[in-house]
Design a protein around this ligand. Structure first.
Ligand SMILES: NC(=O)N[C@@H](CC(=O)O)C(=O)O
Ligand SMILES: [Zn+2]
Ligand SMILES: [Zn+2]
Length: 344
């Protein structure tokens, strides 16, 4: 008999579901793996109003296969022009968070915030209303090395922000460095962090293994081994501040295997299995359920799920590519390679 692992059904606190035909292709994967997911708003154009969020939610729900129980949780894209009045409307529409993309930091971030001080009245309204702020934590200043963008964000943005809005719940998304892991470990209960499977499983060597490997390129970019180890320690520490957020970010393979490769790893197909592998290697499978199924819900102030899922220790090969939208294909991270856990 192979080993099995029973978990309360997990949630994904950071995912890109895209729109249109692409959305039709990827929503079923996330809905199969997770009970709920925070749907990122970086569409083209971005989701900036409650009305757009409600319409996007309907499009996501329409792509959920019949009989699958899945709830998308909606977010708005914070811009220099988001007004405090927009926050009340967002709250009334059931939006749970706003996302801060520093302008130019990542995929579809050109409408992002140019200076966080421009958003202070809106952040004040969010703190009052209990809406969360989710941050892509990288500075874009030209003087900062790409590999240091996250560490600089802590001092230049995070610390002043926390000081000015001590009771705003902030999620430091997809952390990648020992500095961010330490910062969140030391922070109070108003600060949390998501950790992706790729940042737990790989260091930056993966991008250069025998040639340039575009499917390992995401933002924030993979870092050195010492940072990966710090993330493993944080995620398996039992601290309630760290939780699952895949940052599954599908881009058609023609866009990844291109002279300018889009940033993002697609992991929705095998996300919980990738996390199980990372936790098993760290000898911490007993910490997976809190990380995947409790800590995020608790941080967001939402009820924990009650249904359970089972993972089995068994080898299987992840498809090399799956259909994506009308004519494109999508290559999952680890595609064509052997996986060691399987979601029943
Ligand atoms: N993570 C990524 O590399 N890409 C994300 C954007 C983001 O989360 O920064 C995307 O939307 O493609
Ligand atoms: Zn991001
Ligand atoms: Zn993301």
């Amino acid at each position: 008999m192979s080993a099995t692992l029973s978990l309360i059904r997990p949630d994904d606190w950071h995912v890109h579901l895209r729109d249109g035909a692409a959305l039709q292709s990827v929503v079923p994967y996330t809905a199969r793996q997770f009970a709920r997911a925070i749907a990122m708003p970086n569409l083209k154009p971005p989701i900036t109003t409650a009305e757009q969020a409600l319409a996007y939610r309907e499009r996501i729900l329409a792509a959920v296969p019949a009989g699958v129980d899945f709830e998308p949780l909606m977010t708005l894209y914070l811009t220099d022009r988001t007004r405090p009045e927009d926050i009340a409307a967002a709250k009334a529409a059931g939006v749970v968070a706003l996302k801060l993309y520093p302008a130019g930091a990542t995929t579809n971030s050109d409408a992002g915030v140019t200076d966080i001080r421009k958003t202070y009245a809106t952040l004040e309204a969010m703190q009052k209303a209990g809406l969360l702020l989710l941050v892509h934590g990288e500075v874009t200043d030209g003087d900062v090395d790409v590999f240091d963008r996250e560490a600089f964000f802590i001092d230049r943005v995070m610390r002043p922000l926390r000081k000015d809005f001590p009771e705003l719940k902030v999620v430091f998304e997809h952390i990648t460095t020992k500095e961010a892991a330490q910062y969140v470990t030391d922070a109070d209960r108003f600060t949390g962090a998501t950790v992706t499977p790729q940042h737990l499983l790989y260091n930056r060597n993966a991008i250069f293994m025998g040639g340039l490997r575009p499917h390992y390129y995401c933002l924030p970019v993979l870092k050195r081994e010492e940072h990966r180890l710090a993330l493993i320690r944080a995620a398996t520490s039992g601290s309630p501040r760290f939780f699952l957020g895949t940052d599954s970010a599908p881009h058609a393979s023609v866009m990844k295997e291109n002279s300018v490769c889009g940033a993002g790893c697609f992991t929705a197909l095998s996300a919980i299995e990738l996390y199980a592998e990372a936790f098993e290697v760290a000898n911490a499978l007993d910490k997976l359920e809190a990380f995947a199924s409790f800590n995020g819900a608790d941080f967001y102030g939402l009820p924990r799920n009650t249904a359970r899922v089972t993972l089995t220790k068994t080898d299987w090969t992840l498809p090399e590519a799956v259909p994506f939208g009308e004519a494109a294909q999508l290559k999952p991270l680890r595609g064509g390679e052997v996986m060691h856990w399987k979601l029943a």
